[in-house]
Design a protein around this ligand. Structure first.
Ligand code: 26V
Length: 772
């Protein structure tokens, strides 16, 4: 019904976009972590109440019905969820902006905990069909891999003939992206890889080469089969490169096809089209656009380059060295021979330009070259081929300018800018926390929904005892909901009055779940020593997936689960602390957990977390942050003030100084802190029940591998901050004031704000009103 309801608007939106020929942006991303969209579609169309009532009359519970929708998990974590929030905001703001990605048959794996360890199961999310997608077979295009390129000079002009390639048919599946309170319906176009029917198959069949034909089909379908489950880790897999070129080439071809229907000359492309690349994963869009402009449109190199760089913009999402994409030249050349030649030419011309303009000396070239040491550096390609490069939080952008991309910043300072991340308050507040949304409406009116900055209006109730009671009641209700989920799923009873202290995110050494665990172990040791020890009861809640091949991260999951088992059953500590690991973290699970949290753990090693967006989801739902000065935590602190957040630990500058010195002296810290000695020994002496040598690898990574992420170094400051937090929670009036303060200041972290900045500063696009 909702599909039919919006279909006329969808057609109308496309018609208006075509007729007005307004500039449109295409957000290219390997990942879109949509989650379920029935409920948010109901919110955005204004049909939620009507549907809820009508269904109730039929004896159907909407919430139960919603569970039938698969949770579209076409992303790993922050980068993919950001893309989904951005689509929602573009539509809400009436901006002509669309997503371009891959229709993975299998999304991010389903995580189960079996014998306290992570087990991965395939996420066959399409098995019962996906109600929101529309296959558009008539819009299919062909993408070519492999083969050879013949260069010829015809009438004085170089031409490139690509032959012997293997062709893949890219078929788009369109998903409507519905705007809030307007008539805009934008499009998320996901590309599916299919065999080119006709000749090849038939020829094979006719020759009786049945097996060969089937092999070809499988080879082709592999391209859009599965989302790579690594987050912040690049393995340089050739199938991933094929995935990248597959959706990028299909996407760019379809943009050009659409543009040409306007009848405008191709030279005006950048006036009508912006292509944004979400990290370097779609960076082959730069040479692909060059290929089309050169080989198919017959433009000169300079004209094509001018159009390309004015069309493309790039966001960097990580400075982790192991996540920066570098493709071996040999692999790249074999897969994409024509694209390789173009990248080679871009590199040659860029290096020449920099040298001839005396911007740098020969020996400095390696720092900016796109091709060096047998690899293609995709971040360098992305910077050189775009007109805008942005980081995702103030501190992250500064690190890009001063460190990771420093030589480029020297050469082109004007390209660099910051766009602090955001989250859609429609999903993360209105949908996830209806109780809070209602209370806000009753208190400050509904204007914050259209203008999230208006959340600031609740600040005047910061010290209002009646309002505090209402805020407390909402939180209590959400905590009870989570407690009952935990009871039903795991049979574990948790006290809704305890502090709910939550760390939910991918499991990664730099995010330091281990630091959180060490605080828990320290508390547990204190309670074992003195069961009367005066601490506020706490429930520590974890959730998150580890990349299947990431051994250390999997050990962390195992350690959490083993500790949970031991602590939750220990009668001596009288239920003062509990530990829960929620399996299969997903968008839907997040919607249950964020509203129930009192404490938000954002404890990455300073300088490592580009932004974080979970931090914003917690804040918007009234949790207080305990965190380092990393990513957007810095801006959260500036927004709420030091009194309403618990900041601890090394600063990014200090961390980077230590790195330059080759680390810090781990043993000094260890020897001076009895608590740490105890905890570390407990990892290897059988204290963690059932484990003897099990956690030696974790122990070694800290003591014998230089504690790369400063867990031991920050431990003492973290425990001190936790003690302050424990004290602060005892003063409920003060705590609720801070909670209200956090909600009031959360408006700037709406992705509507982020998207407005992208639209105004980078894409230069304007809202287009779609009449009803
Ligand atoms: C990188 C790679 C490298 C190649 C193999 C597969 C793979 C998959 C995902 C990624 C993305 C890593 C970057 C990332 O997710 N960054 C996160 O972006 C969030 C949105 O900007 C930000 O809030 C997080 O701090 C940042 O870690």
């Amino acid at each position: 019904m909702i599909r039919d309801y919006i279909s006329a608007r969808w057609i109308k939106t496309n018609k208006v976009y075509t007729e007005t020929s307004e500039k449109q942006v295409y957000y290219f991303s390997m990942e879109f972590l949509l989650g379920r969209i029935l409920n948010t579609n109901l919110i955005n169309t204004g049909l939620l109440d009507t549907c809820q009532t009508a269904l109730a009359e039929l004896g159907i519970d909407l919430a139960g019905l919603e569970q039938q929708e698969p949770d579209a998990g076409l992303g790993n974590g922050g980068l993919g969820r950001l893309a989904a929030c951005f689509l929602d905001s573009m539509a809400a703001l009436g901006l002509p902006g669309h997503g371009t990605g891959i229709r993975y048959k299998y999304g991010l794996f389903e995580q189960r905990i079996v014998d306290q360890q992570q087990v991965e199961l395939p996420d066959n999310w399409l098995k019962d069909g996906y109600i929101w997608e529309y296959r558009k077979a008539d819009k299919a295009v062909t993408v070519k891999f492999g083969g050879t390129v013949q260069m010829r000079r015809i009438n004085g002009r170089l031409t490139f003939e690509h032959s012997g390639f293997e062709a893949v048919r890219a078929v788009p599946y369109d998903v409507p992206i519905i705007g809030y309170g307007n008539n805009t319906v934008n499009t998320l176009r996901l590309w599916n890889a299919e065999p080119i029917q006709a000749e090849f198959d038939l020829a094979c069949f006719n020759r009786g080469e049945y097996l060969k034909a089937v092999e070809y089909k499988h080879w082709v379908e592999r391209v859009s089969m599965i989302l790579y489950p690594d987050d912040n880790y690049d393995e340089g897999r050739s199938l991933r490169l094929r995935q990248q070129y597959f959706f990028v080439s299909a996407g760019v071809q379809s943009i050009i096809r659409r543009f040409k229907k306007t009848g405008l000359p191709i030279r005006q492309l950048a006036d009508k089209v912006a292509i944004h690349i979400n990290d370097t994963h779609p960076a082959v869009a730069i040479p692909e656009l060059m290929r089309i402009l050169l080989d198919e449109e017959g433009l000169s190199w300079d004209a094509a380059w001018d159009i390309t760089t004015r069309t493309v913009s790039y966001t960097n999402h990580t400075i982790m060295p192991e996540a920066l994409e570098k493709w071996p030249e040999v692999m790249f050349k074999a897969q994409l021979p024509r694209i390789y030649l173009i990248v080679e030419e871009i590199n040659k011309r860029y290096c020449n330009e920099v040298l001839t303009k005396c911007f740098c000396r020969q020996e400095q070239l390696a720092g900016i070259a796109i091709i060096a040491g047998g690899n293609i550096n995709m971040a360098h390609l992305a910077v050189v081929g775009s007109h805008s490069v942005n980081g995702v939080a103030a501190i992250h952008t500064e690190i890009l300018k001063k460190h990771l991309l420093q030589p480029f910043y020297q050469l082109h300072p004007g390209k660099f800018n910051n766009k602090t991340n955001g989250i859609t308050h429609r999903r993360w507040l209105i949908k996830a926390n209806p109780g809070l949304a209602r209370l806000l409406n009753d208190t400050i009116g509904e204007c914050w929904i259209k203008h999230p900055g208006d959340l600031i209006n609740v600040l005047q109730y910061r010290d209002d005892p009646a309002f505090k009671q209402q805020i407390a009641a909402v939180k209590q209700h959400n905590k009870a909901l989570l407690a009952s989920y935990i009871k039903n799923k795991y049979g574990l009873t948790i006290d809704p009055c305890a502090i709910f202290d939550v760390q939910i995110k991918r499991i990664h050494a730099y995010k330091r779940q281990l630091l959180n665990i060490f605080h828990i172990m320290d508390l547990y040791n204190r309670l074992r020593q003195d069961p009367a020890c005066d601490i506020v009861p706490r429930t520590f809640i974890f959730a998150g997936k580890a990349a299947p091949g990431y051994y250390i991260a999997k050990q962390v999951i195992k350690l959490i689960n083993m500790l949970a088992e031991q602590i939750n059953r220990d009668p001596v500590i009288r239920e003062k602390i509990k530990v829960v690991f929620l399996e299969n973290y997903s968008v839907s699970l997040g919607e249950l957990v964020f509203p129930a949290a009192d404490v938000s753990e954002q404890i990455s090693t300073a300088s490592k977390e580009a932004s974080g967006t979970g931090n914003m989801k917690f804040m918007m739902n009234g949790a207080l942050t305990i965190g380092t000065l990393d990513g957007a935590n810095v801006e959260i602190k500036n927004a709420v003030g030091a009194e309403n957040i618990f900041i601890f630990g090394l600063t990014a500058e200090e961390v980077m100084t230590f790195y330059r010195q080759g680390g810090y002296s781990v043993w000094d810290v260890y020897n001076k802190d009895e608590r740490l000695k105890t905890i570390l020994n407990q990892l290897i002496n059988g204290s963690v029940r059932g484990a003897q040598e099990e956690f030696r690898s974790l122990y070694d990574s800290l003591l014998y591998n230089n504690d790369e992420y400063f867990v031991l170094k920050d431990f003492s400051a973290y425990v001190d901050a936790q003690t302050l937090l424990d004290n602060a929670f005892r003063d409920q009036a003060g705590w609720l004031g801070s909670s209200i303060h956090n909600i009031a200041k959360a408006g700037i972290f709406s992705s509507d704000r982020s998207i407005r900045e992208y639209a105004d500063d980078i894409w230069k696009i304007r809202p287009v009103i779609i009449p009803g």
